[in-house]
Design a protein around this ligand. Structure first.
Ligand SMILES: [Zn+2]
Length: 310
C-alpha cells in the first residue's frame, strides 16, 4: 500500500479561494472589491523571493473574522486533503498571526481549528507556529499559548521572515515547548543558508526542518542530517514560487536524497501554489528528477517522521 502523507501544510495557505471570497463578501472585506482577488491569493509562477509569496499566503486569513470561520477552514483543509487521497496530514497554523489579522483570541482560534478537525476522515496532527517576525520575547508568549492548549498539538514550528530574524534567539521559548512534550520542526534553509539549519537543529532542537533545501550547500550538514535522521520537509512547487530553486530540473532534492538525508515531499501552501500533494508526486517530483524508487523511500521517510502517526 502506498501512503500519501503531508507533513508540511499551512492552514493559512490552504484557505480556499472560494471560501475566502464568500466570507469577504459577507463582511465587506477589501478582497471583495479587489479587481482581481485571485492574483492577491495565488502565485502563478516565480515571485523572486519568500516575502512576496508570504504576502499571498497572508492575504486570506483576515477574511476569516469569526471563530466559526476557523472551524470551517480546518474542516475544508481536511476535506481537500481527503479528496486528494491523503492518509495522514499535519496542519500547521499561527494562532498569533491569525489574532493579528482578525482580532480573535489565539486560544479561541486553536479551539476552533481543533473542532474543525475533530471528526476528520483521515488522521490529522496539528502544529502550532511561532511567528518569528514578532521577536524573541513574544516567542515565550506564543509558546505559552500553545502550551495552554497542549492536547490540541503534536508539535511546534517557527516561521516567517527567516532571513530577518535568526532562530537562535528563540532557544529559550523552544526549550519550554520541548519540556511540554511538543515535537519540533522549524522553517530554515529556505530564505537563508545552511547556518540557519544548523541554528534550528542546535538551538531549537528541531527534529525536522521545513524546506531546508539550502543544506545542500554544506556537506557536513548533510552528513549530520542523514546521521541523525533529521527529515527535510521539501515543497517543490513552493520552492519554485519563492525562487528558492530556479526551476524543478535544478532543484536540490535529488542531491539531498542521494546524500541519504530523509525527505518528506510536502505542499506547504496548496491554495497559494494551486497544487495538490498527489500532483507534486505525479508531476513535480519526476520533473525534479526523482525516480519511483526515490519516491518509495520518500513515502517511507515521511511516515517515519510523522509526529502523530500512532
Ligand atoms: Zn512552510
Amino acid at each position: 500500500m502506498t501512503l500519501l502523507i503531508d507533513l508540511h501544510r499551512h492552514l493559512e495557505g490552504s484557505l480556499r479561494v472560494s471560501t475566502t471570497l464568500e466570507l469577504a463578501h459577507r463582511d465587506g472585506h477589501p478582497l471583495a472589491s479587489a479587481a482581481e482577488p485571485e492574483e492577491l491569493l495565488v502565485a502563478r509562477g516565480p515571485l523572486g523571493g519568500l516575502l512576496p509569496y508570504l504576502a499571498r499566503v497572508d492575504a486570506a486569513p483576515s477574511a476569516f473574522s469569526r471563530e466559526e470561520d476557523w472551524v470551517r477552514a480546518a474542516r475544508e483543509c481536511v476535506e481537500d486533503a481527503a479528496a486528494d487521497g491523503l492518509d495522514y496530514l499535519e496542519i500547521r497554523f499561527s494562532p498569533w498571526f491569525i489574532r493579528q489579522e482578525t482580532g480573535l483570541a489565539p486560544e479561541a482560534v486553536i479551539d476552533a481549528v481543533a473542532e474543525g478537525v475533530r471528526s476528520a476522515p483521515i488522521r490529522v496532527g496539528l502544529i502550532g507556529i511561532v511567528l518569528r517576525d514578532l521577536g524573541p520575547e513574544r516567542g515565550y508568549d506564543q509558546i505559552a499559548t500553545l502550551v495552554t492548549r497542549r492536547a490540541a498539538f503534536c508539535g511546534a514550528d517557527i516561521a516567517g521572515n527567516e532571513a530577518g530574524v535568526p532562530a537562535a534567539e528563540f532557544a529559550g521559548p523552544f526549550r519550554k515547548a520541548r519540556d511540554a512534550g511538543l515535537r519540533i520542526t522549524a522553517h530554515a534553509g529556505e530564505a537563508a543558508g545552511p547556518a540557519s539549519v544548523w541554528d534550528a537543529v542546535r538551538h531549537l532542537g528541531a527534529e525536522r526542518i521545513g524546506h531546508g533545501v539550502r543544506s545542500v550547500e554544506d556537506p557536513e550538514l548533510l552528513d549530520h542530517l542523514a546521521e541523525h535522521r533529521i527529515t527535510l520537509e521539501v515543497s517543490l512547487t513552493s520552492n519554485l514560487h519563492t525562487s528558492t530553486a530556479p526551476d524543478l530540473r535544478r532543484h536540490p532534492v535529488r542531491r539531498l536524497v542521494a546524500a541519504g538525508v530523509p525527505v518528506a515531499l510536502s505542499t506547504d501552501d496548496p491554495r497559494t501554489s494551486a497544487i495538490t500533494l498527489s500532483g507534486e508526486y505525479a508531476v513535480a517530483a519526476p520533473q525534479a528528477g526523482l525516480t519511483p524508487q526515490d519516491l518509495d523511500r520518500i513515502r517511507d521517510d515521511a511516515r517515519r517522521a510523522a509526529f502523530a502517526w500512532e
